[in-house]
Design a binder for this molecule. Structure first.
Ligand SMILES: [Zn+2]
Length: 252
């Protein structure tokens, strides 16, 4: 069920009576083998799976978002990335969240797919809370990788997992895209042997030292089977989280 399929007259009661799922992503370079849309494709696929057969509805995705950074997304040196400043994003997201609440949303789930978005999503929600827009509203906002258990990372990727900041166009995203949108994945294998450190900002930086053609870690070993297992795990973990509704993941 898609929120945007409602008519104007249906919208308020629809938002009153359904949990609304908002996917947020980016248009960002993902190496020579993946499309610019990876960060919105994955949360949209998750949302579409979660709303199947539930009292939930998919909102249109928020596609343009936070700027790509060299140590987690390659940054602006790579062609194709279309993003906005963090300050712009906070205003933009605050306006969108506010509009959903004022139109009747009571239960909102935000699924993020772009590493650099997360603090701005949380900040926009805090602005809404301070403005007393979230009273009697339940919101759960997260990046999809936050529900991935360590056990499955070890099972699927072992020592090869570089950390989520460097998992950009690497094993995880490539596997998920091979499962979800194989027609968009090119058979080019690019690996980068020394992923950037997490939480370190360096200027100036050589974009070709921190990545190989926009890939921050490695793609070798990515398969659609791994993508399928991971996708099922993510959706299952989210269902558990949402059933508990207090943000506690008892499966960890
Ligand atoms: Zn990505």
């Amino acid at each position: 069920m898609n929120y945007s399929d409602c008519t104007s007259e249906e919208a308020r009661s629809f938002l009153n009576n359904n949990r609304i799922f908002i996917p947020i992503g980016s248009i960002e370079q993902h190496g020579p083998h993946l499309p610019l849309s990876v960060d919105i494709d994955i949360p949209v696929a998750i949302v579409n799976e979660l709303v199947k057969g539930s009292q939930g509805a998919a909102a249109p995705g928020i596609i343009y978002a936070s700027r790509s950074q060299p140590h987690s997304g390659g940054g602006p040196s790579f062609p194709g990335t279309i993003s906005v400043k963090g300050t712009s994003l906070i205003y933009y997201l605050t306006d969108i969240f506010k509009a959903y609440v004022l139109n009747g949303a009571r239960n909102i789930v935000i699924i993020n797919g772009h590493y650099e978005n997360e603090p701005f999503i949380f900040e926009a929600l805090e602005v809404c809370r301070e403005d007393k827009l979230l009273e009697k509203i339940q919101v759960i906002a997260l990046s999809w990788w936050s529900v991935v258990s360590e056990n499955i990372i070890i099972e699927l990727f072992g020592e090869l997992f570089p950390g989520w900041h460097a998992e950009h166009a690497g094993l995880v995203e490539t596997s998920l895209m091979m499962y979800l949108k194989p027609e968009l994945v090119k058979s080019i294998q690019v690996d980068h042997g020394s992923p950037p450190l997490s939480g370190v900002y360096i200027h100036p930086i050589d974009p070709h030292a921190i990545s190989n053609r926009g890939v921050l870690s490695q793609t070798k070993g990515a398969t659609a089977e791994i993508g399928e297992k991971l996708f099922i795990h993510i959706c299952h973990q989210l269902q558990v989280l949402l059933e508990n509704t207090h943000g506690m993941l008892k499966l960890f």
